[in-house]
Write a protein that binds this ligand. Sequence first.
Ligand code: ATP
Length: 753
Amino acid sequence: NNNNKESTTSHSGGNKRFAVLTSGGDSCGMNPAIRAFVRASLLRGAKVFAIREGYNGLVTGSIVELDWQSVGGIISRGGTIIGTARSAEFRTREGRKIAVFNLLKNKIDNLLVIGGDGSLTGANILRCEWNSLVKELVDDGKLDQSCLASHPTLNIAGLAGSIDNDMCGTDFTIGADTATKRILEAVDAILSTAVSHQRSFIIEVMGRNCGWLALVSGVSTGADYILVPEIPPEEGWEQSMKENLEKGRLSGRRCSLVIVAEGAIDRQGKPITSNYVKKVLEDAGHDARITILGHVQRGGVPTFLDRYIATRMGMDAAEYFFECKEGSEPVFIGIRGLSTITRLPLMQCVVETQSVGELIKQHKFMEAVKVRGILFEQFHEIFMTCSNLKRKQIDPKIEKKNFLILHSGGPSPGMNPAVRAFTRLGLDKGHNLYGVFNGFSGIAKEEIQKLDWMTVNGWAVMGGAELGTNRTVPNDQNIKEIVQTLVKYRIDGILMFGGYNGYIGASNLYQYRNTYPELKKISIICAPGTIANNVPGTDVSVGSDTCLNNILDALDKIKQSAVASRRLFVVEVMGAHCGYLCTMASLTSGAEQSYTMEKGITIDSLTEDLKMFVERFKREHKIGLIIKSENASSTYTTHFIYSLFKEEGKHLFDVRESILGHLQQGGSPSGLDRLVSARFMRYYFELIDNTPQLSSNLSGCIGSKNGRMTFTPMDEMVQSISPKFRRPIHQWWLDLIKQSQEISVAPLNLESN
Ligand code: ATP
């Protein structure tokens, strides 16, 4: 089929032609990445093609053009609609020559590859050989001479689609968060039976070369022991594992949990299998069972985080192809934290990633962990401490410091894991830790409990807030009692882990130091624990991820309820005066419109939207979705919008109103929320350690910006919020409001192409 001589024309500007392929193992989030890439490319006038079944499709010429509709409805689907495979033929130069021919037959010279390091390596090789292969094809008479000038290079962008979170150059790979969710669901289910029978469970998770899934599952479930390839256990680990499990049982735990990565090894590089761990435990008298999670980890509906990062990366890949110059180095598109998309040289990221396997083979474990990155290192340290495996020797001569944790504001998933990490990391440093019940009023009423190691047993997985939370702030009525309690317990530091109200409460308390000089000795720090993500000094707050997963679950069900009917849903989500949840939910659910306070609602914008929906439903559109933030407008309420659209659209479509309410705040915290809360606590004690003389000078808030931990002093923190709107003045995600709508609503010219 290669015998027809192909000629291609130059394709600058509006004639750009891009292709996307998914390769290697599939991962949840590949579909949202394809959707975003395709639509962002179409919007700017490119033609987009799918290569089916990974590199196989390049070799066999299975290349199809995609339009707006062909990627509709896939944002919530796991796997990849364009198929993925491993291709032996593409590994050969001959195979790649056919690939070049097939690409140029379709005049494609921009290729997005979504896959693991192998797939990205393949893309780079194709790019390096491009010119010489085109020449050969011209010499063979298969391509027209003009191809050399019109397609001198192949532009490559790569996204990491991998459940292992094993790529350097990004904080998250597409699919790792969903895999973690699957593991946590399984462990939650197993723990309830394990507790009933006092059993020991060994859970084997994926990760041949990378222990990320085992590590983060260990941190987030409070496992007793983990085995990962990068950090093989010390000689004689069997004994220390048994001892740790025994210690746990003696202190009251009714079950034990060991998580084993499938590629776990010992210090000599010998595999440690789940069966071996079982034997060790059985020999020690445990009733031990193995569960191998296998492919469930790859499947299911993508989580919020995977849909979000995939969408942002996909959009950026389209932008890159419009911007890149001829001969540009291939880029790897990653993300730092939640806010910042990064572009790095692709091969630098691949080479670094692949070096980990080599370092493990050479038993250079410390170096392997360094290459994995700071998150891996920190989570391992947190795991070792919180599971009681590696504790510091405390110098008895050093005077203990007293710290107190409280929540304030609405309840948020992640509060309990935060208190657990606070307690255990703090005890490890030799401090006295106290928990306050029911916020600032609990300090006034002296509702305080000393936190011991076992007080927080099992809290790693618990939703809600065992310490309780309320909205009272320090004021003239309660400040005297608050100060009395703080003095009585000789408190050196207060950590408020909560929402906007808590930040106001902490700043009030800080202000009172002028009237009550006793407060000058106390550090007052806020950490973000609110679903609304409306607090200063951070890109992301603990709880918002669980909340967004709850919202997406509900939206997926709501959408399904509308099959075979023309229905427009107006769904109201929480968020107080902040449109973060609304915007993120819209971006990751494919809602056609979102209403936030930041954007505002006017009668003109409503009329315009109404016209848009009428037009869409006229053309056989089946379902429409509007997401509205609870306080988007005090006049145009959810019910008003519902009534308006219902009345005006009644001949064409039905409208339903749905207020999601408190289900958004509930449930077991997501993996990300459990991890981030632990990381905040680690950073809190790092700040404390680095401050020789604790005082109110160390007051403010901690947060995560661009994925890195930061501290904002109190005055700056107060200045960065808008008291009127009860949210930060600068919000990093505002541009996403527009982008979200752009890739969800087809412009007329693209609707039927
Ligand atoms: P996973 O992390 O799921 O294993 P991966 O992308 O690393 O994903 P691989 O099996 O290594 O998976 O690679 C997928 C495909 O990419 C291979 O089947 C092959 O077609 C291509 N590929 C990988 N490495 C190379 C290479 N060195 N040269 C050419 N093609 C390659």
